[in-house]
Ligand binder design. Structure first.
Ligand code: NAP
Length: 256
């Protein structure tokens, strides 16, 4: 059965999108939306079972998707993701970096070196390293669009999440640098900064009492789908003159 939106909009037809961390939550919603808008989407995450389930669900909706296991922090997995993406039509147009981790609720200066390495490795280094492998294949297509998934905590740090907050702020800097570096190649790089989105990831923070009633009095919790339309727009030709931008998707923006 072809989904309703697939009939309405095919603005990304003929394009290939790679989405990391896309077997549930925000990543799955983005993968679904890009496929509904006509792209072939390569979904991925660390667990084969999750990849199989997501691919089956999206294919069951009549969407064009394939999938592979990719822990973004592992070089061999990133290579496999690139190879899988090239299988569809020999190139890649979009990269959406959703995979992110937060292994620590606690003080910033109490974090071990291992925690720092894990958070910065997965959240900040991995998007750059994956893009470096995909870049020649995007250039062959004459350009492309990259969307990084930061967080509202980049602008408004949440207590007890110092290492994670720092990694998400670093992504804003990565976005700015890459946008400037890659503009001459016709590759745009933008960033979204979601607020509190109802997923398993935020459930853990809720349980740890990191998401306080005071925070929620400003920001209503959002649905994963509410982060997906903006990513499709940033990938589309309607956003052809937008690069280096960070867009808060949180029900309210603390940005000036
Ligand atoms: P989620 O529902 O827990 O989903 C996380 C997804 O990423 C899963 O598909 C998971 O599958 C995969 N994943 C986890 N670690 C990975 C890794 N190292 N490599 C590849 N895939 C990995 O989380 P979410 O809420 O959608 O969060 C997604 C992103 O949004 C994160 O970067 C997070 O920082 C950001 N964000 C979330 C919120 C929020 O309130 N939810 C707010 C702002 C920003 P496997 O277990 O199979 O790997």
């Amino acid at each position: 059965m072809l989904s309703k939106r697939a009939v309405q909009s095919q603005g990304l037809a003929g394009k290939v999108a790679v989405v990391t961390g896309s077997t549930k939550g925000i990543g799955l919603a983005i993968a679904r939306r890009l496929a509904q808008d006509g792209a072939h989407v390569v979904v991925s995450s660390r667990r084969q079972q999750n990849v199989d389930q997501a691919v089956a669900a999206l294919q069951g909706e009549g969407l064009s998707v394939t999938g592979t296991v990719c822990h973004v922090g592992k070089a061999e997995d990133r290579e496999r993701l690139v190879a899988t993406a090239l299988e569809h039509s020999g190139g890649v147009d979009f990269l959406v970096c959703v995979a992110g981790v937060n292994p620590l609720v606690g003080s910033t200066l109490g974090a071990s070196e291992q925690i720092w390495d894990k958070v910065l490795g997965v959240n900040v280094k991995a998007p750059a390293l994956l893009l470096s492998r995909l870049l020649p294949h995007m250039e062959n297509r004459g350009g492309g669009s990259v969307v990084l998934v930061s967080s509202m905590v980049a602008y408004l740090p949440v207590p007890k999440l110092g290492v994670y907050n720092t990694s998400k702020t670093a992504l804003l800097g990565l976005c700015k640098s890459l946008a400037m570096e890659l503009a001459p190649k016709g590759i745009r790089v933008n960033c979204i900064a979601p607020g509190v989105i109802k997923t398993d990831f935020s459930k853990v923070l809720d349980t740890a009492k990191v998401i306080t009633p005071a925070l929620l009095s400003f920001f209503r919790p959002g649905e994963a789908e509410e982060c997906s339309g903006i990513v499709s727009f940033l990938c589309s030709s309607d956003a052809c003159y937008i690069t280096g931008e960070n867009i808060v998707v949180a029900g309210y923006s603390p940005k000036l």
